[in-house]
Design a protein around this ligand. Structure first.
Ligand code: GDP
Ligand code: MN
Length: 380
């Protein structure tokens, strides 16, 4: 099966969308099982969990006390899908201390070790260098442009935190891998292999399930600022020659987005699900780039999300063959889904990307498949 390069696709955005939807459907309808690029039988669930040698990894959830019920719902599914077989420890993080009620609630749904961490203020709060008045002005303007959460300071803090500081929480420093989960998401696959050991064994740095376009008005200068960074000193040396450049720059399906975002497609890995190697983010390239982004103040003067920031960082500084689409993991965070055709998947309609028709054009997966991913048949 061959996939055409969207840069070579002919037609207006509507036609391109139609072609991309077709190739996405075609791919999602192919029956898959588990990844083929690793000896999966070597990373099966242990018979005796007490003797299991884990990868250096934790399940990570940033969550508020008020979301105890919603995160418990996620964990119930997550345990059934994966973690009851492997018992990786949870790290719950919060900008305010976790309540006893919260702790009791999540302990009800899993026997895995749990750690409850209050995030140090300097990793979370708006830096004092930010001009509060200017930030408020920006919040108003972005809210008028219907940028989601633009008027919530906590959301800006959250985006900056997940973009560039979470992996430096003292209690996380000892871990290499994390799997981020969020309240009220769904897992549909019975996962019968250790995904952390899969990343470790293949030396992949990042795994995702969904790739979407972003709200262009939230990231108007994220790409131009990135170019500025790359053009200063000798920072271009950080660029990985096998980066996912085309995916970052595709402008056919939603050309207006790329235009408003200064050339960036706005395609990103949806970060409510991510399985990653924190050492990538802790590395020199990502760290220096994040420092530059942070110095612009635009986590507050715009509303840069952690998803586009992670994605541009990965697209530029990682080898794209080390970024893995966990196509086998059925997943939903409203309003989007990853639903593979697999016998290990239940309660999920094959190939359904969204229950809403008007959101179909938000799918950026065809672009990833067409030119930033290795031959899909070799991976699944
Ligand atoms: P959305 O998925 O972009 O709509 O945003 P969410 O509301 O789901 O927030 C993303 C994640 O960050 C979720 O896990 C939230 O629980 C968490 N989160 C967002 N803001 C805060 C906050 O102010 N404090 C804490 N503790 N968690 C937050
Ligand atoms: Mn969410």
């Amino acid at each position: 099966m061959t996939f055409t390069n969207p840069f070579n696709k002919q037609g207006d955005p509507e036609r391109i969308l139609e072609l991309n939807r077709e190739s996405y459907q075609k791919l999602m309808n192919i029956e898959i099982n588990e990844p083929k690029d690793y000896d999966i039988n070597s990373i099966r669930p242990p018979e005796d969990i007490s003797k299991y040698v884990h990868a250096n990894a934790t399940i990570l959830a940033l969550v508020r006390n008020s979301e105890a019920r919603q995160i418990a719902s996620t964990i119930r599914q997550f345990e059934a899908s994966f973690n009851s077989k492997f018992m990786y420890p949870y790290t719950f993080i919060n900008d305010s201390p976790f309540s006893e009620r919260f702790k009791a609630k999540v302990k009800e749904v899993s026997n895995a070790p749990m750690n409850f961490i209050t995030i140090p203020r300097d990793l979370w709060a708006r830096p004092s260098s930010i001009d509060a008045k200017k930030a408020e002005e920006a919040m108003k303007i972005l809210t008028e442009k219907s940028v989601a959460y633009a008027n919530k300071l906590s959301y800006h803090n959250m985006c900056r935190f997940y973009s560039g500081t979470f992996y430096n929480i003292p209690e996380l420093l000892k871990f290499k891998y994390y799997w981020r989960i969020e309240p009220q998401v769904k897992f549909f696959t019975d996962i019968k292999y250790d995904v952390f050991k899969y990343l470790e064994g293949t030396q992949k740095v990042y795994g995702f399930t969904l790739s979407l376009y972003d709200i262009e008005d939230s990231v108007t200068t994220l790409w131009p600022e990135t170019i500025k960074f790359l053009n200063s000193d000798d920072n271009y040396k950080y660029i990985n020659p096998n980066g996912a450049f085309q995916w970052l720059l595709e402008n056919q399906q939603n050309p207006k987005k790329a235009e408003i975002a200064g050339g960036y497609s706005t395609c990103h890995f949806w970060s409510n699900f991510e399985i990653g190697d924190m050492d990538f983010f802790r590395g020199e390239a990502y760290t220096n780039w994040f420092k530059h982004l942070d110095s612009t103040g635009k986590f507050y003067y715009e509303r840069w999300g952690d998803a586009p920031v992670h994605s541009i960082g990965l697209g530029l500084f990682a080898d794209k063959s080390k970024i893995h689409w966990f196509r086998d993991i059925g997943y939903e965070h409203d309003p989007y889904l990853n639903c593979p055709n697999s016998k290990n998947v239940a309660r999920c309609k094959t190939g359904l990307f969204s229950r809403w028709d008007h959101l179909q054009d938000q799918n950026c997966m065809a672009s990833w498949v067409d030119y930033s991913m290795a031959d899909p048949a070799k991976i699944y």
